[in-house]
Each structure stands twice: as C-alpha cells, then as structure tokens.
Design a protein around this ligand. Sequence first.
Ligand code: NAP
Length: 249
Amino acid sequence: MQLFSLAGRVALVTGSSRGLGLGMARGLAEAGAKVVLNGRDPVALSAAVASLDGADSEAFDATDEAATAAGIAAIAARHGRLDILVANAGTHGAMPLPDWRTADWERVLRANLTASFFAAQQAAIPMVKQRHGRIIFTGSLTGSRGRPTIHGYAASKGALAAVARTLAVELGEHGITVNTLAPGYFETEMSTLLRQNAEFFERMTARIPLHRWGQPEDLAGIAVFLASQAGAYITGQQIFIDGGLSAAL
Ligand SMILES: NC(=O)c1ccc[n+]([C@@H]2O[C@H](COP(=O)([O-])OP(=O)(O)OC[C@H]3O[C@@H](n4cnc5c(N)ncnc54)[C@H](OP(=O)(O)O)[C@@H]3O)[C@@H](O)[C@H]2O)c1
C-alpha cells in the first residue's frame, strides 16, 4: 500500500469543518498525512479537529485573499512544507433566472472560483520550492451538466475545471499535479434544501445508477489516490464522483 501512503505529507483542506471537506480530510489523515482543517467558524473547526486524530487547523475565510495567503504561509512555516491543497470551500446559489443580480453572481464566483484559484496560487509557492505538490479542486457535476436556477454556481464550477487545466500545464514542470473532482449529489448541509424537496430527492435517487446520494466518505478514496504516488501521472483532469449520474441518459 506504499503507493497510496501519504506519510510525511502535509495537507490543507479548505472548508473542512464539515461535509465533503471533512470527508476528504479523514481519508488523507488515514493515509498518513498531517492534515490541516479550515473553515470560518472557530467553534465548528475545533469540533472537527477534535474528531480527527492529530489534525491541525487554520481558520480563515477563503474569499479573503490576504487571509488565505497568510494562512497558507503560516501552515508551510509551521510544518516545514505543504504537499497537498484540496481547495474545497464553496457556497451555493440557486434562484429563478429573473432574480439573479450581479451581486449574487459575484458572491458565488468569488467563493467557488476566485478563492480556489488564489488558494492554489499561494499553495504553489512552497510546492514549487519542494518540487512536489498536489492541488485538488472541488468542482461539481453541474459544471458540466445543466440544471435550472444554478447559473452562477454552474459557471463557477465549470470554470474551475478550466483553471485546473491551465494550472496543470503551467505547474507540471515543477512536479505539481492539478485536478478537479466533480461530485454529483451528496448528503451534506449544502444540499439540505434539495433533499427536503421529496419529489426532487426521489427523482434524483432513481436516476443515479447506484440509487443513492453520495456520503462525504465517498470522496476520501479519490482524494487519497490523486494526492499519493498512485496518482502521480494524472493531471489536468476532471473526475466525476456521482454514482454514475453523468453516464446515464
Ligand atoms: N453537497 C453536494 O452535493 C456537492 C456537490 C458537488 C460539489 N459540492 C461542493 O463541495 C464543496 C463542499 O460542499 P459541502 O456540501 O461539503 O458544503 P457544506 O456542508 O456547506 O460545508 C462547507 C464547508 O466549507 C466551509 N466554508 C464555507 N465557506 C467558506 C469560506 N469562505 N472560507 C472557508 N471555509 C468556508 C464551511 O465552514 P464555515 O461555514 O464555518 O466557514 C464548511 O466547513 C463546495 O465547494 C461545494 O460546491 C457539493
């Protein structure tokens, strides 16, 4: 299992006090990485740290460029390196087409796209020095498949996969890989409203070939794979983790 070992690696997962980020952080920690959890609410963050043996934390708002830069520099200084960035913090946005305003659009793009790009920019600094790094973006199936009302969200996630490709091409010579995970429908706080819509929940569950919504731990394996030696030759890719939904008609 040496191929999947993350012993000696340091990982930052943004937006990991709950949900998909915490699920991926658990996987990375189980594979041996020193994991740094992140979120804005210090109380939620402390609870998450207490639930994960040996985890560290760095609270900052990922939409604040200066705070992100300071947070990432502090992690690299404290642990002597930064090998893995999972840029996962994000927000949702869904409303009827006439209701979208520039402020809504910019809020969603800033949280999902701009923040992830600038986190990657900062993480690349120690990674280039080390000549090793793994950057993983949390995109979404909806970045590649249309659904009504989520215009800004879909735009942000589709663009994230595009940015992963430009970063992969630019950073490859430094031994850094950059990939996007595109989850389908997962049971987290973010999807609460969708799941409370019983008609939508049942219809989507029936359409998903594996006939269930994802759980945060369903992302742990792919995060470990991409972050480890096993994923060393995979870069610039978008990988769907959606119970087969993207493959269905
Ligand atoms: N759930 C799904 O079905 C699904 C599907 C596809 C993609 N995704 C994507 O997966 C990612 C995680 O979603 P989730 O479902 O796990 O959401 P969630 O349950 O709402 O968790 C979001 C996490 O991110 C943190 N966070 C939010 N904004 C932040 C910010 N500006 N700076 C730092 N931390 C922040 C939250 O903590 P604080 O609020 O304390 O900061 C929390 O820890 C998002 O990018 C989302 O778009 C989710």
